[in-house]
Design a protein around this ligand. Structure first.
Ligand code: SF4
Length: 667
């Protein structure tokens, strides 16, 4: 799935390292901090039946027998620590979920509560104790089946005991050093971004939170470079929450146009109104309340606002943080699974710096965006390289290969101690799955493994650029989409679903146009321009584009939900990006850019004339690559072949120039 084709890595296809017993070098005992429960200061607990046994803080068993793990009914899924992540289990540490929020976390004054407990005999932080005790509980208490006499009364022995908490931070000192390294790098290397500037210079907590809120909503699924212009325009227009609350949805959509995921802007404005009308103008101060009260604010956004604007000591996990944590703690299981999600939130909560929670969270995200990137991470420059299990594994594999060359296999054993080594209780559900073992070529990018993406749903619509020539400038008809669903409330050229055959949807389109302009436009005057493809998050939408120029001025005003706009008004209106593409196609055709080429022009541009059936020629020429000739055959225009940018097909409707079914191909 994720692993590229090629020979398997040095690690053969075997159960993940977690299934093997830790092999220690001669003379080295079990790691001191993670010995038996007694040795580490924990009171051994009687084994309990039930889904949450033995797990503290990490919210569910980390390590279970292959058939034991399944999400349990009622088990929290993906909720924030403040919403009760983690099932309380046996162990002295407070459940992690409690540590993350609650009365102690009141803005900046709550810092002390989350501080590292340096008085623990083993030097573990309070949360680390919870995490490690949970891990130990899961590892040392395998589920005992009824009537299984072989296991009755068995105690964890030296060979079934816990190994190293490979996917956790255990030592308080390690956490402190991790925070210090990351924060000092952030102080040196952070980008100068407008929302950071606003937050740094803002004394009013509500204005500070508003600045963060807007930036976090805009940054969802969107790159920083795209957001910059939108953010600056937004804050210029609505510098305070009260300004946004007084704006109309139309204004919000207009400013948001082109940024995508339009419901974000709508919810932001709904949230602003709620704060002004119901919360006395004050944004909730904790992640818990932010998530509960504000529309469109999920667990991540709530944590980001609370930590950056109010100093709440709460960790956050977004895509960048997920990648960093999965690499740093060698988590190879599906990051979208409830178990991994919960583990990542627990780790984030464990790591967040109580003195600078907002900066720490931003630093972790910045590291993921700038250094620990999906492809080509800059490990030599990474401030947390010393703590990174993925990097250590790369080094181990490299060292192992060198040793093999030198013929000294003995030393290899001493390095296995750094691998995940749970007991015989079962597979480690956080390691790389046995079906997708370590792939040497991927290096640190073995983590995290990406689950296969679901292909977007295919949809097709017929859309018409209806033009009304004017003495000075043409005007185009726009109609408003319904207030719910995809692109709710935005404006677009009249469109209908393109279902059945083309003659059917052409008739449907003409009928729809009649409702907007009063008189039925002649069917044959609809001119097909080509196709525009736009991919929404889950839909691959193909617009079959037509144009029609009205010969007479329509009578009266357009009905409600429709308006005529000039080109300039179109650009300023709340129209989605897909419609801007449609207009570009229309203009290209009208300006001659998209006109069909003469044979000489085509040859000069390197096009070849290939007579014959388009599909057969494409298959022969492109080696069976996925092509989309169906639309092109009727389009009489240029288009990209799906899956191969740079390859274009030009069909030749001008039969006088070329034989029927010829087409031009440029590769
Ligand atoms: Fe990411 Fe490399 Fe840093 Fe590890 S060392 S956190 S893989 S950049």
């Amino acid at each position: 799935m994720h692993a590229p084709p090629g020979p398997p890595s040095a690690a053969p296809a075997r159960p993940c390292p977690g299934t093997r017993r830790t092999r220690l070098p001669p003379g080295l005992g079990r790691p001191r901090s993670f010995g038996s429960g007694v040795a580490s200061g924990m009171t051994p607990q009687p084994r309990r039946r039930g889904p949450g046994r033995g797990v503290v803080g990490v919210g569910g068993a980390l390590l279970r027998g292959p058939r034991e793990w399944a999400p349990q009914a009622g088990e929290p899924r993906g909720r924030g620590p403040e919403m009760g992540a983690g099932r309380p289990g046996p162990g002295p540490a407070a459940p992690l979920g409690r540590a993350a929020a609650g009365p102690s976390l009141r803005g900046r004054s709550g810092r002390g509560r989350a501080a590292v407990r340096s008085d623990h005999p083993r030097g573990l932080s309070g949360r680390a104790q919870g995490l490690t005790s949970g891990l130990r509980g899961a590892m040392t208490k395998p589920r005992k089946k009824r009537g299984d006499s072989r296991r009755r009364g068995a105690q964890p022995g030296p060979d079934t005991g816990p190994g190293i908490p490979y996917h956790l931070f255990g030592e308080a000192d390690e956490i402190t050093r991790f925070r210090a390294s990351l924060l000092s790098w952030y102080d040196r290397a952070k980008r100068d971004l407008p929302w950071r500037r606003r937050v740094a210079g803002e004394l009013d907590p509500d204005r500070r939170a508003y600045s963060v809120w807007v930036s976090e909503i805009m940054l969802q699924q969107t790159q920083v470079a795209t957001v910059l212009g939108y953010y600056n325009r937004w804050m210029q227009k609505w510098p305070a929450l009260q300004d946004l609350a007084g704006a109309s949805l139309e204004e919000v959509n207009e400013l948001w146009a082109g940024l995508g995921y339009y419901s974000r802007g709508r919810r932001l404005q709904e949230g602003a109104r709620k704060v002004v009308e119901e919360l006395g103008g004050h944004i909730p101060r904790t992640a818990d309340m932010l998530q509960k009260l504000l529309p469109g604010v999920g667990r991540y956004t709530a944590g980001a606002i609370a930590s950056i604007a109010f100093g709440q000591v709460t960790g956050v996990v977004d895509g960048n943080v997920t990648r960093v944590l999965c690499r740093v703690r060698a988590i190879g299981a599906d990051p979208g699974s409830p178990l991994v999600t919960q583990h990542l939130w627990s780790l984030a909560q464990q790591l967040v710096d109580p003195a600078r929670p907002g900066d720490f969270n931003q630093a972790a995200m910045e590291l993921g965006a700038m250094v620990c990137t999906p492809r080509g991470p800059l490990c030599p420059e990474c401030p947390v390289r010393d703590f990174c299990q993925a990097q250590k594994r790369v080094e181990r594999v490299r060292a192992g290969a060198s040793r093999k060359l030198l013929g000294s296999p003995e030393q290899e054993k001493t390095l296995d101690v750094e691998e995940c080594a749970p007991s015989k209780a079962g597979l480690c559900l956080l390691c790389l799955p046995p079906s997708e073992p370590w792939h040497q070529d991927l290096g640190v990018a073995n983590f995290p493994r990406q689950p296969a993406r679901k292909a977007p749903r295919e949809q097709q619509a017929a859309v018409c650029v209806l033009e009304q020539p004017g003495p000075e400038a043409s005007r185009f008809l726009l109609v408003q989409r319904p207030n719910s669903g995809l692109l709710a409330g935005l404006w677009e050229f009249p469109s209908v679903p393109a279902e059945g055959s083309e003659p059917i949807w052409r008739r449907t389109l003409v009928k729809a146009l009649r409702t907007w302009v009063g008189s039925p436009p002649p069917l044959r005057s609809l001119r097909r321009l080509g196709e525009v493809v736009h991919v929404f998050s889950h839909i691959r939408q193909t617009y079959v584009v037509y144009s029609l120029t009205l010969q007479e001025q329509p009578q009266g005003l357009p009905p409600s939900g429709a308006r005529w706009v000039t080109r300039a008004e179109f650009q300023a209106a709340a129209v989605p990006t897909a419609m801007k593409k449609v207009l570009r196609l229309f203009e290209a055709q009208h300006s001659g850019q998209g006109k069909e080429l003469t044979f000489q022009e085509a040859c000069q541009l390197g096009w070849q004339v290939l007579p014959g059936d388009p599909q057969q020629i494409l298959t022969r020429t492109l080696g069976g690559m996925e092509t989309d000739v169906k639309g092109l055959a009727q389009g009489h225009t240029t288009a990209h072949i799906r899956g191969r940018i740079g390859t274009r097909v030009l069909l030749t409707p001008t039969l006088a120039l070329y034989p029927p079914r010829s087409f031009l191909l440029q590769i």
